[in-house]
Write a protein that binds this ligand. Structure first.
Ligand code: PLP
Length: 431
């Protein structure tokens, strides 16, 4: 189903699927197949030539994945999407679809550690120059841009700092210079729509809030269809010059009868075809289930996180609570500007006066809350970054990334709020 007038809460249930054409099943079936019977040799050759769109092989497309792609694309306000095997695969494809050896891109310094490693090490080894910009001043993106800059990259609500990225300010700079902004919106689905603020491409680790139940790894890239690749053609040879891997197709030309989907079509029919990091139909089904309750869950995550933040603020063991609504100055202004009114996300951090030892003791004392390296689960999760996710960094590097020795990260779940607070309370009393 495709009805742009539906509210996001309704799109989450209805976008991209009405019923199965052969069985009338209301739940999207798991099309657990590798391949699809062609009607004729002409049909097969049309599909391969992209003169007709349809299923060829599950590495490249699958009807269950297609429902997820359509649903997320409509929820986000995009024109098309591509499901892949993980959030890491999504950010890899999002960049490699524009950059080749000798090119560069500018990224915010406030990044998930896995993305940082991908950019600073693996992309560097591939000959892609990654330039890191402090997002507190959007002009830093302009300063690092040159004729070889292919895109900007940022996370909407990066942890541990939880300072909302200036999406519109950096998109405006990109529009002026002809550079698209890619936004990782993993931590803020439903409560932020980056495309409304000028982002050209949105990506998610669906592993987190979208799946919501901690059972499947996946990722998705959504194309806004808003970026004019042809106008800035010299910057995007991968989209505007003949592709030797596809009979010399020029993607911006080839998609003319299909709509503004050059970016996402190329990602599917070249990168996904060649690299093969596809989402399994079973995982796509789990993510579709997740999306159906995502708006409800996000409300509860945000309400509970807000209550936990208020509770922690009053505690003598805690020196600082890091939560968007508790910030001041530009970070608070951006939280209000970019996040849905009254919703500040499900992630929060706090610093324990007792430092590293107190942080570890707190985590070891939790009873209901899980100690795991994940976010966005329906269950409340906690981690002490200094002794886990950030332990390879020096204390100075940890501080630069926003991690102090006593910092604890919570991904607040949807349990009854008093149970979450009771568990935190007893763990605080034990330190
Ligand atoms: N982006 C963000 C913001 C993340 O937090 C993560 C994982 O924690 C990723 C991307 C990578 O996602 P995945 O684990 O699905 O590869």
């Amino acid at each position: 189903m495709s009805d742009k007038t539906l509210h996001p809460n309704s799109l989450a249930l209805h976008a991209g699927f009405r019923s199965d054409p052969t069985t009338n099943s209301v739940a999207p079936p798991i099309y657990q197949t590798t391949s699809y019977q062609f009607d004729s040799t002409e049909h097969a050759s049309n599909l391969f030539a992209l003169s007709e769109l349809g299923n060829i092989y599950t590495r490249i497309m699958n009807p269950t994945c297609d429902v997820l792609e359509q649903r997320l694309s409509q929820l986000e306000g995009g024109v098309a999407a591509l499901a892949v095997s993980s959030g890491q695969a999504a950010s890899t494809f999002a960049i490699l679809n524009l950059c080749q050896s000798g090119d560069n891109f500018v990224t915010s310094t406030d990044l998930y550690g896995g993305t940082w490693n991908l950019f600073a090490n693996t992309f560097k080894q591939l000959g892609i120059d990654v330039r890191f910009a402090d997002p507190s001043n959007p002009e830093n993106f302009a300063k690092l841009t040159d004729e070889k800059t292919r895109c900007y990259y940022a996370e909407t609500l990066p942890n541990p700092k939880l300072e909302v990225f200036p999406i519109q300010e950096v998109s405006d700079i990109g529009n002026e210079l002809g550079v698209p902004l890619i936004v990782d919106n993993t931590a803020a689905p439903i409560i932020c729509k980056p495309i409304d603020h000028g982002a050209s491409i949105v990506m998610y680790s669906t592993t987190k809030y979208i799946g919501g139940h901690g059972n499947s790894i996946g990722g998705v890239i959504i194309d806004s269809g808003n970026f004019d690749w042809e106008k800035n053609g010299d910057r995007f040879p991968l989209l505007t010059t003949p592709d030797p891997s596809y009979h010399g197709a020029i993607w911006t030309e080839a998609v003319k009868p299909l709509g503004p989907i050059a970016y996402i079509l190329r990602a599917r029919v070249t990168l996904l075809r060649d690299v093969g990091a596809s989402m399994s139909p079973f995982n796509a089904f789990n993510f579709i289930q997740g999306v159906e309750t995502l708006p409800l869950r996000m409300e509860r995550h945000c309400e509970n996180a807000n209550l936990v933040a208020s509770f922690l603020k009053e505690r003598s063991e805690v020196s600082k609570v890091i939560y968007p609504s508790l910030m001041n100055g530009p970070p608070l202004d951006r939280a209000h500007k970019y996040l849905k009114s009254g919703f500040f996300g499900g992630l929060l951090g706090f610093e324990l006066k007792g430092g590293r030892e107190a942080g570890q003791k707190f985590i070891d004392s939790l009873k209901m809350i899980y100690h795991v390296a994940n976010i966005g689960d329906a269950r409340t999760l906690a981690i002490h970054p200094a002794s886990t996710t950030h332990s390879q960094l020096s204390e100075e590097e940890q501080r630069a990334s926003g991690v102090t020795p006593g910092y604890v990260r919570l991904s607040v779940g949807i349990e009854y709020h008093e149970d979450i607070i009771r568990d935190i309370d007893q763990a605080l009393l034990s330190i």
